[in-house]
Design a protein around this ligand. Structure first.
Ligand code: CP
Ligand code: NVA
Length: 321
C-alpha cells in the first residue's frame, strides 16, 4: 500500500476477491465500449488527469501498447521511459528513479530483468508500481488469460490447465492464479526446466491440484486449456541446448487431440511458430491467442483501477462465464 494506491507486483498482492472483481469489471467495461473508437475514453473516464510512467528495460509490444490504450480509455495518459535513453541507462539507481517518478507521475509500470529491482522500485515509490514482467512473474498477463478463458465459456473453479515447455515467469503466475482461484494445472517440462518448487508448493498449499510431469501426453489428457510460451525467454542464452530438450513439448495437433474436444489454446505471445507450437494449432480453430492479446487492454484497465483504489469494494465478482 502506498499513499496513493496499491502495488501490483504479483497476483497475491490483489488476492482472490480482487482478481474476481477485476475480471467482472473488465467484462463489463469491454462490453460497454464495443461501439467506441479504440482511443475514446469510457464515459466515466475514472482516471482523468492521471499519468502512468512505463519503464521498459526489456522489449515489449503488447504490454506497452495495452497500458497506453488502457490509460487513454480510462481518461488518463501514459509516457514511456526507455531505460537505454534515460539516466537509468547510465546507472542512475532504481531507488532514485522511483523517488523522482513518484513526484512527477501517478503510477509506474516496470518491465525488468530481476524481480528484486521491482521490489526495490515498490519499496521506494509512493505511487502504485505495477509489474509489467520480471524474471519471476508476469501477473498482468494472467489477468488477461483468465478473462479470455471465462469469455470462452469456461468457469475457473474445476478448470484443468495444461502447460508445456519451459517452467518460466509466465507459468509461475499461472500457478499463483491456480492457488488463488482453485483450478488445476498439469505442467509438462523437460528435466531441468521444471517450475520453481516453492511456487508449486505454495499453489498446492492454497488448495490447487498441481501435477509436474515430464510426459506431455499426461498433461494434455482431458485438459480444458493448453498453454505454452517461448522456449527462450528474454535475456536467456542457453538457446541450442534448451531448444533440443524442449522439442518433445511442442503443442501440436496430436497433443491437442488428447485434450477435451472444446479445449482452447493460449499463448501470451510473441510466438515462435514451429518451435513451442505448430502452425496448425496456432492458426487453428481452437487457438484464441489474438483474443487473448486484445484482452491485455481490458485486463490492464482493471489492474490500474485496483491499483488506484478505484475498483469498488462491493464490485461484482466473476470466476465463470
Ligand atoms: N505477452 C507480452 O507480455 O507481450 P509483450 O512482450 O509484447 O509485452
Ligand atoms: N517468458 C517470456 C514472456 C514474454 C512475454 C519472456 O520472459 O521473455
Amino acid at each position: 500500500m502506498t499513499a496513493g494506491g496499491r502495488h501490483f507486483l504479483d497476483l497475491s498482492d490483489a488476492g482472490t476477491d480482487a482478481i474476481a472483481a477485476m475480471i467482472a469489471d473488465a467484462i463489463d467495461r469491454k462490453a460497454a465500449r464495443k461501439a467506441l473508437p479504440k482511443g475514446q475514453p469510457d464515459p466515466d473516464a475514472p482516471l482523468t488527469g492521471r499519468v502512468l510512467a512505463s519503464v521498459f528495460e526489456k522489449n515489449s509490444t503488447r504490454t506497452r501498447i495495452s497500458f497506453d490504450m488502457a490509460m487513454r480509455q480510462l481518461g488518463g495518459s501514459m509516457l514511456t521511459l526507455d531505460s537505454a535513453s534515460s539516466q537509468l541507462g547510465r546507472g542512475e539507481s532504481i531507488a532514485d528513479t522511483a523517488r523522482v517518478l513518484s513526484r512527477m507521475v501517478d503510477a509506474i509500470v516496470l518491465r525488468t530483468d530481476s524481480h528484486a529491482k521491482i521490489e526495490e522500485m515498490a519499496h521506494e515509490a509512493n505511487v502504485p508500481v505495477i509489474n509489467g514482467l520480471t524474471d519471476r512473474s508476469h501477473p498482468c498477463q494472467i489477468i488477461a488469460d483468465l478473462l479470455t478463458i471465462i469469455e470462452h465459456g469456461k468457469p475457473l473453479p474445476g478448470l484443468q490447465v495444461a502447460w508445456f515447455g519451459d517452467g518460466n515467469n509466465v507459468l509461475n503466475s499461472v500457478l499463483e492464479a491456480a492457488g488463488l482461484l482453485k483450478f488445476g494445472v498439469r505442467v509438462a517440462t523437460p528435466a531441468g526446466y521444471e517450475p520453481n518448487p516453492k511456487i508449486v508448493e505454495r499453489a498446492r498449499k492454497a488448495g490447487a491440484e498441481i501435477v509436474v510431469t515430464h510426459d506431455p501426453t499426461q498433461a494434455a489428457k482431458q485438459a480444458d486449456v493448453l498453454m505454452t510460451d517461448t522456449w527462450i525467454s528474454m535475456g536467456q542464452t542457453d538457446a541450442e541446448q534448451k531448444r533440443a530438450a524442449m522439442t518433445p513439448f511442442r503443442v501440436d495437433a496430436s497433443l491437442l487431440k488428447k485434450a477435451k474436444d472444446d479445449a482452447i489454446f493460449l499463448h501470451c505471445l510473441p510466438a515462435h511458430v514451429g518451435d513451442e507450437v505448430s502452425e496448425e494449432v496456432f492458426e487453428g480453430a481452437q487457438s484464441v491467442v489474438f483474443a487473448q492479446a486484445e484482452n491485455r487492454i481490458h485486463a490492464q484497465k482493471s489492474i490500474l483501477l485496483w491499483s488506484f483504489g478505484l475498483l469498488g469494494q462491493d464490485a461484482e465478482r466473476r470466476t465463470g462465464p
